[in-house]
Design a protein around this ligand. Structure first.
Ligand code: CA
Length: 229
């Protein structure tokens, strides 16, 4: 079993372009959702925030710039990386000038390989564990490619759920994750799981991490959730 795939929302009204993007991103190991207008994109983000958005500038109803502006204005979605697509380079200058807060820009016609590289680069910043890297926290090391976890050099045996939990914590040490957010990240929205299940698996993760001694690195934050460190 693999770690939850990083999800990308592709917002593009040209069906052919949208399909090419969605196809190439899914082949590259991303979970892809698609929207063909700005309104739908905003609804989809509210329903389940993706890890990244590829957003076309020219869209019917709500423009890409407006979508970007709205997402960057809200605290819950501000950190969501957005790569804007535009038809002309003057538009990119305009996007920059408007300070929409987009994280990157590409001008059409763009190379799909280059776009995928930029998607990876954004995710390396926001979800390092999803891009096949080794995450380190104190004496804990997690290799998201080989799925190997060690603590103080000793192997730590984890089930797939505990592995994904730890990866989620290690992507953002110190961040407090609510049980709902952990359910979303580790189990996914489509599966119904009770929030108490989270407590059970965090308990197993703690036990596994402390099997060879050492302090409990996971913190229970009363009324809020869990954090690493
Ligand atoms: Ca368009």
């Amino acid at each position: 079993m693999t770690q939850a795939l990083p999800s990308v929302l592709v917002v593009e009204d040209e069906p052919a372009q949208r399909e090419v993007l969605a196809y190439n991103l899914s082949v590259q190991g991303f979970r892809v959702r698609e929207a063909d207008n700005g309104e739908e994109a905003l609804l989809m983000v509210a329903e389940e925030a993706p890890d990244l958005i590829v957003l076309d500038w020219m869209l019917p109803n709500v423009s890409g710039i407006e979508v970007c502006r709205r997402l960057k204005a809200r605290a819950e979605t501000r950190g969501l990386p957005i790569i804007m697509l535009s038809a002309r380079s003057e538009e990119v200058d305009l996007v920059r000038g408007l300070e929409t807060g987009a994280d990157d820009y590409m001008v059409k016609p763009y190379s799909v390989a280059e776009l995928v590289a930029r998607v990876r680069s954004q995710l390396r910043r926001t979800r390092p564990g999803s891009q096949g890297e080794v995450l380190e926290f104190a004496d804990i090391s997690l290799d998201s490619t080989t799925h190997r976890v060690t603590r103080a050099g000793q192997p730590v045996k984890l089930g797939p759920t505990e592995f994904r939990l730890l990866a989620t914590f290690m992507e953002k040490p110190g961040r407090v994750f609510s049980r709902e957010l952990l359910l979303d990240r580790v189990w996914g929205r489509d599966i119904y799981v009770d929030t108490r299940t989270v407590d059970v698996h965090v308990g197993r993760l703690r036990k596994a991490l402390c099997a060879h001694g050492g302090d409990d690195p996971l913190r229970t934050v009363r009324g809020a959730g869990y954090a690493l460190g």
